[in-house]
Design a protein around this ligand. Structure first.
Ligand SMILES: [Zn+2]
Length: 293
C-alpha cells in the first residue's frame, strides 16, 4: 500500500504517499457535482493504479480536469492514465516535455518508473486561472520558485491550498535546484499571506502555516550560509559540505543542501544555470546523499 486519501474539507481530498521521499509525492482531489479535478499524477503506473482505487472509494465522478502543479516527473509521469484535460503553467509544460525518463532512471537507478510516460498538458496559463466546479478554484503561478513553472491551487471558501512542491512539509527538505531560492522564499510569503488553514504539500503530511514558515526559514538559512561562503571565496560544492545544518540535519533528504547551494551560488553570482549544470549538481547531491545513509 502506497498512499492514503485524507479528506481536508467536504469533497476535497489530499492523497498522501509515504514519507515524502524522492519521487514519492502527494496528489489532490476535488469532487464537484458533475466531475472531479485531480491535482498531480505520480511516478509510476502501479502507484497510480492504487490511487485510482482510492479515488473510486470516495467518488464515482469521472476525473475530467487534471492540474499539474509543476513539470517534475513525479507529478506528471502518469498523466496518460487519466482521460482528462490537463492544465499547467506554460513553463511546467516545457519542463514536462524535456524531463526524459532515461535521465532520471540513470540518476535514480533504484526507483521504479514503470509505465512512466511524458504526456504534454492540453491547456497552459501564465499567471492565474480560475475553475468553477461548484466552488471557486484558483490556480496561481507565484513566479520562479521550486521550478520555473509552479502553480498552487487555492480554495478560498475551504481555506485549503494544494501547494505542489512549493511546500515540502518538514521534516521534508525543500529543493530549489531547478528554480530560485529567493523566488521560493517569495512564493512561500505569498502562501502565508493567503486566508488559508490547510496546506497540502507536494511531499510530506498535510500541513499548516507553521510548516510553510519552517520551509521559508530553511531557504533563508541556505541563502545566507551560501552568501557568507561565497564572500570567503569558497566554491559551491565546498560550501555545501562546509555548512553545519544544525536542526535541519535530521530533516529527510538533507543532501538537498548540495543542490540548494548550487542554485544559491548561481543566484548570488547572477549566473544562469544551464541544464547540464543542473544535472551535474543533481549527481553530486545524490552521491552525497548515498554517503549520508
Ligand atoms: Zn518537484
Amino acid at each position: 500500500m502506497f498512499g492514503k486519501m485524507v479528506e481536508v474539507a467536504p469533497n476535497v481530498y489530499a492523497y498522501i504517499q509515504g514519507k515524502g521521499e524522492w519521487f514519492v509525492n502527494n496528489a489532490g482531489l476535488i469532487v464537484g457535482e458533475r466531475y472531479a479535478i485531480l491535482i498531480d499524477t505520480l511516478s509510476n503506473e502501479q502507484r497510480t493504479a492504487e490511487m485510482i482505487d482510492k479515488i473510486r472509494e470516495v467518488t464515482d465522478k469521472p476525473v475530467r480536469i487534471l492540474v499539474n502543479t509543476h513539470g517534475h516527473p513525479d507529478h506528471v509521469w502518469t498523466n496518460h492514465m487519466f482521460n482528462a484535460i490537463a492544465i499547467c503553467h506554460e513553463n511546467a509544460r516545457k519542463e514536462t516535455t524535456t524531463a526524459f525518463v532515461e535521465i532520471y532512471q540513470t540518476l535514480f537507478p533504484d526507483l521504479d518508473f514503470s509505465g512512466a510516460k511524458i504526456t504534454p498538458q492540453d491547456v497552459t496559463f501564465e499567471r492565474t486561472l480560475k475553475i468553477y466546479a461548484g466552488r471557486e478554484i484558483y490556480l496561481k503561478h507565484p513566479g520562479v520558485a521550486h521550478t520555473t513553472g509552479d502553480c498552487y491551487v487555492y480554495l478560498p471558501e475551504e481555506k485549503v491550498v494544494f501547494c505542489g512542491d512549493l511546500l515540502f512539509a518538514k521534516p521534508c527538505t525543500p529543493l530549489a535546484l531547478g528554480g530560485s531560492i529567493r523566488g521560493y522564499i517569495k512564493a512561500l510569503d505569498e502562501l502565508l499571506s493567503l486566508d488559508a488553514e490547510i496546506y497540502v504539500p507536494g511531499h510530506g503530511e498535510v500541513a499548516g502555516k507553521e510548516e510553510v514558515s519552517a520551509a521559508k526559514e530553511y531557504l533563508e538559512f541556505v541563502y545566507e550560509e551560501a552568501r557568507k561562503r561565497l564572500e570567503r571565496g569558497m566554491v559551491w560544492y565546498e560550501a555545501a559540505l562546509d555548512i553545519d545544518l544544525g536542526e535541519y540535519r535530521d530533516w529527510r533528504e538533507s543532501e538537498r543542501i548540495v543542490g540548494n547551494i548550487a542554485r544559491a551560488y548561481a543566484e548570488l553570482k547572477g549566473e544562469e544555470m544551464q541544464f547540464s549544470d543542473i544535472v551535474e549538481a543533481a549527481k553530486r547531491m545524490l552521491e552525497y546523499g548515498k554517503k549520508l545513509r
